[in-house]
Structures are given as C-alpha cells and as structure tokens.
Design a protein. Sequence first.
Lengths: 322, 322
Amino acid sequence: MIETRLTRAFALDHPVISAPMARAAGGKLAAAVTRAGGLGLIGGAYCDAEWIEAQFGEAGNEAVGCGLITWALADRPGVLEQVLARKPRAIFLSFGNPAQFAGQIAEAGVPLICQVQTLRDARQAADLGAAVIVAQGAEAGGHGESRATMTLVPEAADMLARAHPGTLLVAAGGIADGRGLAAALMLGADGVLMGSRLWASDEALVSTAMQAAAVRAGGDDTIRSTVMDVARRLNWPGRYTCRVLKNAFTDRWHGRVDALLAAAETVAPAWVAGWEAGDPVASNTFVGEAAGLIDAVRPAGEIVQGIVAEAEVLLGGGWRRV
Amino acid sequence: MIETRLTRAFALDHPVISAPMARAAGGKLAAAVTRAGGLGLIGGAYCDAEWIEAQFGEAGNEAVGCGLITWALADRPGVLEQVLARKPRAIFLSFGNPAQFAGQIAEAGVPLICQVQTLRDARQAADLGAAVIVAQGAEAGGHGESRATMTLVPEAADMLARAHPGTLLVAAGGIADGRGLAAALMLGADGVLMGSRLWASDEALVSTAMQAAAVRAGGDDTIRSTVMDVARRLNWPGRYTCRVLKNAFTDRWHGRVDALLAAAETVAPAWVAGWEAGDPVASNTFVGEAAGLIDAVRPAGEIVQGIVAEAEVLLGGGWRRV
C-alpha cells in the first residue's frame, strides 16, 4: 500500500488515476481501475452526450469520474449538467480555461481535477479551487503541450506549497510502470495519472491492431503533431499537439499542414475511415513515449496492482542495484 | 552518501556528473564538482584546442573529464589526442556517431561516456563499449532532441539490462534538485548529469545577466529552437534543437529560419556580439526547463552537496507528505 494525500482524499487503495482518454476510456476501463483500488475516469472528451451516458451505464455501480475537453464543453455546456447528474467521483477538465465551469462543479459537491500543461495554467486552476492539479508532460500520448513531466511536476509542487498547500498534485506523461510511479512521488506528486499503459489494457476501447502496434513500438517511434486533428477537422487550439505513433501518414503530412488542407477532400475521409476501423496504418495510434515500456496488453486491474507492487519495492530501497 | 554503480566505478562520493556545457563549463566548475565528490567535466564542445588546454590548467590537479561534440570532433580529430594526453577522468561524447573515436579512447584506457537522445543511439553507444550512457531528455538546456527523461531513462535501463548489463546509465535533462536525483534513481539510472543547475553556479563561465535572467524565469519561459544556431552559422545536424530562454529574438525568428537566413548579414553579427557580451536580450540564454527550479546562483560544491542531501531525505522516506 502506498498511502498519499490522494489516496486519503479519495479513499483509494492506490495513488493511481486512469486518464480519461477520448473514446478509449469507456465505462469498463474506468470501473476496472476503480475496482482495482485506483480512480477510474470515463473519457467524455468531445462531449458526446449519448456515448457518455452509455459509458456510465457500462461502469455500473463503481465510483468513476468523467473527463471532458474544456474547449469542447464550452461548445456544449449542457453536457456538464448531464454528467453531474450521474454523481461522478470527480470531473476532470483539460485543454482550455476551466473558469466558467468551476462554480457549477463546486455547487454540485463534485471534486474538480484540472489537467494542465504549463505552470501558468497550474496556478490558474489552483486559484479556481481545483482539488487536484494534474501536471501533464509532453511525453504523454494524445493531446498535450511541450513541458516535460520531470520539471513541470516539481515546479508545480513548489508553486502549490507556497500558494495552495491543500491542493493535490498528480503527475501525468510517460508513467507506465512502478519506476514512473516511484519517480513521480519523488518529484513531489501525490499520485499519477496513466494513459498509454491503461490504453493497452483488455478493457480499453481500442482495436487490437492499434494495441499491437503500440506494443511493438518504442518511445522513439512516437511524434507530436497536429496532422491527425487537421484530418479530423477538429478545432483544437493551436497550442496543443497530439502524440501518436509515427507512420506513413505522419511521415507524409507532418509539417505540411497547408498541403494537407489542400488535399483534405480525399485525405481526410480516408483517415477517418481508418480511424473508425482501428487501423494503425490508415490512421494514427494515440499513444505516448511510454509505448517503449509496454510489452503486453493486460487486464487493467493487473496493470494497476503490478505497478504499485513494483513501486513499493523501489520505495523500500529496491532502487539500489548491485 | 548515495552509493550506486556510478559512484563505485568512478570512486565518487556522489552520483553526480556536471554537464560539459560549451563555454560555460570551464576548468573551475569541473574542478569544483570533482572536489565536492562528483565528476566534473570540461565543456570542450566545439573543440577549440587552446581553450581546452587553458581549462585543464584551471582545473589544476582535480580529476576532471572533458566533453566534446562528436560532429565537431570529426572535423578536428587531432583534438582528441590532445585531450587524451591530459589523462582525463573520462571522455564524454554527444551529438553524432561516436564509432570512429571509441577505439582510440579505449586504447588510452579512458572511460567513454556517451550522451544519447534516443533509444536507438543508446543501443549503438552501448554496442561500441561505452562505459556510461547518458540518456538526455528534451527538457535539458542547450542542444538535444525530443525524447523525455521520464521515458528514455527506463527504456534505456531495460535495453541495457538485457544486452549490456555492465554498462552504467545516467539521467540528464530537467534534474536540478534532490527530487530530480531521487526520481532518476527510481527510473533506473545510476546517477545524474546536471547542466542548468550548475550553469547557475559561481564557477560557471556565464554572465551574471544571463544567470539572473534564468533565476527569474520559469520552465514555461524556455523554448527549443534552431535560430540561435542559424545566427551563429553553426552546422548543427538537423535533428538537434537547442533549448534557451524565450526572448524577443526567438519571438521574432523561431519558425522563420528562411527569413533569418535572408536577414543574416545584419542579424547574425548582432546576435554574436550580444553573445560575446553575455547579453540575454541581444542573444540567447542557454538553460533548460529546470530554470523553474533554480532560485539563486550558488557555489557548485554547495549545489552538489545540497542536492544529494535532499535526495537522501526523499530516498529515506521523506517523499511522504502529510
């Protein structure tokens, strides 16, 4: 057992939160993580009300939370009310200014978890009264920015210690095993948020072809780009990029957004069709540098418990190698 | 005392190596780090034979090593013989293929430390017989690439454990305090290499104006770019970028290399003049995201000892926060 301020605040067995990965983190994954002693989050992401409802159904009676993309929620603010009616264990907001939603979430008595990618946004989220700040480094899969976990976490820890000592801090980005969990605790985090490692789980809503591609890949094989957002015609704010496995699509279009836009009429539908089919060649596999630390797809509960067991050994002195 | 394979192999008191930062890491800094119980390296970088000689003189009788930029050494191979004649504690190579130099270094009986930025290069360096692999993340100041310390270190540790169990591993990038050192050990490193934190030391050959700018800055205020290399007309291979503090120069030219080249006749000399003057406005301050973890310029020996003391507390259970 690794006890931290996070485990105490949320009555968890383990200081582990599952990332609310768009489409991949459904109710089954969230429930499995909660059942294993962590905090599971449904990937509400682009705020598809029907999908979110269905996934809360899949989660059954397990206490799970829900993540939403802040700029997408701003376009569909009614979704927040719908999610709050489900009495989620937490609301997780990322990628945008959470100011307009913090009050409604607080009134509902639901803890607000804000994921941030810069120290500036960490400060803003803490000022807004977030219960937990998730400091996400650029090594993460999917959307993010440029700061690294290794520096953003301790810098945020110092800021919180000075200005908001009661606000909890969680590290995200590049954490996929007990080494990452133990390192995050050393950096000043109260726990970790894991995406890629749980994306490669039995319960994730991910094609086996994409999972197999990620298991084969190493961290060198990923790239941050915007071409997959251009192909999907998503209006991501310019500051965010998305880490995926490199493939022929990124080789062809990365750094050539204008050309991609010019060819969008044929290229975009092909990418979207590949995405719907879970095809890692015709579309992109959303996974982080931690791909290099993942060697098999396993049940989410086993993953959580294995990581915690490994971290316990390290924290007990097992980091000493002969 | 934190004992690791690195401290045993090099008979150090602390598992800390100072980065051989070009121009900044002279003999005084290297000697101070060695005297404090770490391993100090002179920043031989672009292979200016005269400067390197002078800095070995400044180091006196302390056992220091020397770092060289591999692609620069390939243009001036005679410098390696000169440095080896100084009987350095180690030769540190980074940014290029070390294959053509490994034999000569081994014949001289000098340990080879290879800094790498990808798993692929880590494997190559280990295959060549490097005694130590330094896995450098993109959060580092100065030149580097895109992988993060948080994932590159454990992935390299796994590779070495399988293929080269006797090769040591050192983490670099974003490490500036005891939290970073303790985290690196958890990730599987045998020690750390620190640049920015020791750049902001009394002994570093850095202007007080640049050091003051870095102390004021946070990690959000840095950027990876190539414009400072374009301005200096240095032939850096395209895969490497350089992290500096953002300023009016990077605001103006980042992402506009063609325009910078077109304006080079006037812009480049102004940047170089600013650089020679140590001016953080007219040129750029080479520091990493760890700028956000540095609050004062201090003596290098105090820095090393303070970091180790902080890490010892964390490793002894001090990571538990109430």
